[in-house]
Ligand binder design. Structure first.
Ligand SMILES: [Zn+2]
Ligand SMILES: [Zn+2]
Length: 880
């Protein structure tokens, strides 16, 4: 019979067809009325205007495996998808589009700008969700949410008002991180600190009325225009008499008191520092301690204010250079030194962040953090790998209040209204009609940090604050799988919010994944040009091959060096499965339904062996998924399918399939059983190709319309036969020994050789005799005999397998030609070895080359030496 399958797997056609089918039959839909046990997860919502990157590919594939495995194992699975409005990120994209048209958001005005962002969101929403479908994510699209949905926005207002009433949200004038490019406040987490080569300028502040001058050191001289004091450490002997005196601020002329404060580090610069309360967070606090005024010299655009005297209106960095120049001219610059220091930049636009004093909204985090630490301590939330608990606890115990207001237009507007007539502020879930005094109310123009809504995601998506059926059944969720870089932004805040508002932890287990890196282990980045685009990879090799690669490499706590070689290897694996299916369908395709496997004890040995191994792998895969060892599951399946099922069983079962009657029926039943199980076991990792293949197999009535909803294999206590496994291992080792010797001697695959064994134990002999038929066909033997002692013959090659001496009578071939080939190859290897040894003998190479390169050279040398020893032995045999 002809194979009904095409020669190769055309992923582009197959993948889309099955995804559309799964969606059309509601295969991923959760059912709260189901009697099955529940399993739930929420997908970390990607940015609505984003595009799938390799980090997503990993962090969406792994939970998809869990969702598919649980669904097949009899659970009612909710995997809830959605997207995030991503305040600052999305606003920046649209502002860039406007800039290209020569406009700013101010040219449009707030309302028109927000409308424009909605338009962009509408256009690009389909991009990311389409990419998620392409990857095969089995999410419940009927429950898709957006952080800006009405109900999610209502949840945001409910949480804000409730925290405000408890005194856990407050409004205050405080120093915050300010991005002059985005023109908004940022939380500490949104500032990226990088070590930068800068300067330390030593500036002389002359004493007032003939008193002694004081020299201070600063990395940001432009801010000195806003100084309102000078500080020293109270224990610093050098300045004991200076405290209480005053100096005069250069350029501006303001008189500055010298104060003593423990915060000052005596070893920095001269031990005396300038105090600029309006432009440095530490100085802000010091200013409060000593009652020093705040003088604002830099504005929200990063320009110098009128308070900056001669520099008013100039850019902050221009002003820096000009201030230094003036100090130098006036002889007030004592010295300049090079200085490494951390410079904070905006996470979104890379502009240098400016600490500014402004009025903002804050969450008092400490009381919420205390609860969140407790639930982790009690084991109600489990971190994997466990070492992340330490990082989590450290951060949570040193947590600062969270600045939640942003001076943006795209986001949840702060639910606070002000009356200009009487000065009242009203915080409420819904807009109040008017002030009690009759005055008009104006809503706070600021919006909330994007993470304020993201932190509610596990329960706002299920309908909170309403008490919904979904919340009751699916909250808390079981698993949150995410990258380490958002533990603080998101995971910690979800735990705080969940415990506070939803009455329980948001998830039972947090699995933290590593980073996907390039082949050499470097972080992928646009500037390095080493970014691998998952969409291109999927176009080229298919979603399944990408998914299998990421899964096989996802060892806990390890980063993933993504290599072309591995991806190509796993694509080959998928071809191997495809080809095995062609073989199977050729032999069982005409069966109307899947036949039952006869009782295990009655089966021939190879059937008992393959079912035993399948059963073991089934157990290992279930255990691996249970413990999130995705890499182990992939490895076991790869090895079993390729090296046991395809390479051995399929070869050995051919004879049985060509027989007739019960022997053939049994072989067909076992073959289809194993093949069906393999497809089920692989389905969570590679859903598309397995569905395509499974649909062609004869099925049982209870199997249903899709592999996605078919049952996952479970361990069977009866399918155990250790003896069959031991004997098959013997057969494989014995056959491989003969095959290797044949290959070394260049014997054609079609040529038959005679084999005589010597020294086989009684058990081994019995097993080999029983399996002799397979051995002869697998090793290409004309005869297999057992002897007590064997005479040497010139054409007889002897190999050792365990205790067994395997004598192989090689056919009389072209001995001279074979020898010539071997000598030529040996000479090439000799030359190559000499090159590698010269390289390794070069001290400069060994000292300077990357360790991996040196290691590779050493490996090559050892491999060459081993290969050459083998070739010499063969030559010796042939020369006899
Ligand atoms: Zn910025
Ligand atoms: Zn009023």
């Amino acid at each position: 019979m002809d194979a009904p399958l095409p020669k190769g797997f055309n992923h582009a056609e197959v993948d889309q067809k099955w995804y559309a089918f799964w969606e059309s039959i509601g295969a991923f839909r959760a059912d709260p009325d189901s009697l099955r046990p529940r399993f739930s997860m929420v997908l970390p919502p990607p940015n609505v205007t984003g595009s799938l990157h390799m980090g997503h590919a990993l962090n969406h594939t792994l939970p998809d495996i869990v969702a598919r495995w649980k669904r097949m194992s009899g659970y009612d699975v909710l995997w809830l998808p959605g997207t995030d409005h991503a305040g600052i990120a999305t606003q920046n994209v649209v502002e860039k589009q406007l800039a290209a048209e020569g406009k700013t958001r101010h040219d449009l005005g707030r309302e028109a700008f927000v409308a424009r962002v909605w338009e962009w969101v509408g256009q690009s929403h389909g991009t990311i969700t389409g990419q998620m479908r392409k990857l095969g994510e089995s999410v419940d699209w009927s429950r898709e949410r957006f952080t800006f949905d009405d109900n999610l926005s209502r949840a945001v207002r409910r949480v804000f008002v409730s925290l405000y009433r408890e005194g856990l949200i407050y409004r205050d004038r405080y120093i915050v991180n300010w991005c002059p490019r985005c023109r908004t406040a940022l939380s500490d987490l949104e500032v990226v600190h990088t070590d930068t080569a800068g300067k330390l300028w030593y500036v002389v502040y002359p004493g007032v009325e003939g008193q002694e001058a004081v020299t201070v050191a600063t990395t940001r001289p432009e801010t000195m225009l806003g100084d309102t004091g000078v500080a020293v450490n109270p224990s610093d002997e050098r300045y004991r008499s200076a405290v209480g005196r005053a100096v005069r601020l250069p350029i501006i002329g303001r008189v500055l008191p010298i104060v003593a404060d423990d915060f000052v580090d005596p070893s920095f610069g001269t031990g005396a520092v300038k105090v600029t309360p309006a432009h440095d967070p530490n100085d802000f606090l010091m200013g409060q301690r000593h009652g020093l005024p705040q003088v604002i010299v830099i504005d929200e655009d990063g320009r110098m204010t009128a308070e900056a005297g001669p520099y008013a209106g100039r850019d902050r960095f221009e002003a820096r250079a000009a201030v230094v120049e003036q100090l130098e001219r006036e002889g007030l610059l004592a010295k300049t030194t090079d200085h490494q220091h951390a410079v904070g930049r905006c996470q979104r636009c890379n502009a240098v962040v400016e600490p500014l004093v402004s009025t903002q909204w804050f969450v008092r985090v400490a009381p919420l953090a205390a609860e969140a630490i407790r639930v982790v301590e009690e084991g109600r939330v489990r971190f994997l790998p466990e070492n992340w608990v330490k990082t989590y606890n450290e951060w949570m115990t040193n947590i600062h209040d969270w600045c939640i207001s942003r001076q943006l237009w795209w986001g949840h507007r702060i639910p606070a209204w002000y009356c200009r007539a009487c000065g009242t502020m009203i915080v409420a879930e819904e807009a109040p009609a008017a002030c009690a005094c009759g005055g008009i109310l104006h809503q706070d123009p600021d919006v909330l940090d994007t993470w304020f809504s993201s932190q509610l995601w596990p329960f706002s998506t299920m309908g909170w604050p309403d008490q919904t059926r979904d919340l009751e059944r699916y909250y808390p969720t079981d698993l949150m799988l995410t990258a380490f870089d958002i533990i603080f932004f998101w995971v910690a805040r979800m735990i705080m919010a969940g415990v506070k508002f939803a009455g329980d932890v948001p998830f039972r287990t947090v699995y933290i994944t590593g980073l996907v890196r390039d082949e050499g282990g470097q972080k992928m980045s646009k500037s390095r040009g080493n970014v691998v685009d998952p969409l291109e990879v999927m176009d080229e090799i298919g979603a399944d091959a990408l998914r299998f690669t990421l899964t096989a490499m996802a060892a806990p706590g390890m980063d993933i060096p993504l290599s072309e070689g591995r991806m190509a290897g796993y694509r080959q694996f998928i071809n191997k499965i495809w080809n095995a299916s062609r073989f199977v369908l050729m032999h069982v395709g005409d069966l109307p339904a899947r036949p039952a496997v006869p009782a295990f004890e009655t089966l021939a040995q190879i059937h008992r062996w393959i079912l035993h191994r399948l059963n073991q792998v089934t157990r290992e895969v279930n255990e691996a998924f249970e413990s999130f060892r995705f890499d182990v599951a992939a490895d076991r399946l790869f090895h079993f399918v390729w090296h046991e099922y395809a390479d051995w069983y399929i070869e050995m079962v051919k004879g049985h399939l060509q027989a007739s009657g019960a022997e053939r029926d049994t072989a067909r039943a076992v073959l289809v059983e194993v093949h069906d199980s393999v497809l089920r076991l692989l389905h969570p990792i590679i859903p598309f190709v397995t569905e395509e293949l499974w649909q062609q197999l004869p099925r049982r009535p209870q199997d249903g319309p899709t592999l996605t909803l078919a049952s996952f294999p479970a361990y069977r206590a009866t399918w155990v036969d250790e003896l069959a496994v031991a004997e098959m291992a013997l057969l494989q080792g014995f056959v491989t020994t003969i095959r290797t010797a044949r290959a070394e001697r260049g014997v054609k695959p079609s040529a038959k050789v005679g084999v005589t064994t010597e020294g086989a134990g009684a058990d081994e002999r019995r097993a080999l005799e029983r399996l002799a038929g397979y051995v002869r066909s697998l090793a290409g033997l004309s005869s297999l005999t057992f002897a007590e002692s064997v005479a040497a013959r010139p054409d007889r090659v002897t190999r050792l397998y365990g205790e067994i001496r395997v004598h192989i009578d090689m056919p009389h071939g072209d001995r001279a030609g074979e020898l010539a080939k071997l000598h030529k190859k040996l000479a090439e290897q000799q030359a190559e070895l000499a090159r590698v040894e010269t390289q390794l003998g070069n001290e400069a190479f060994v000292a300077k080359a990357p360790a991996a390169v040196v290691e590779a050279a050493r490996g090559r040398r050892d491999r060459l030496a081993a290969e050459m020893a083998k070739a010499r032995a063969t030559i010796e045999e042939l020369e006899g």
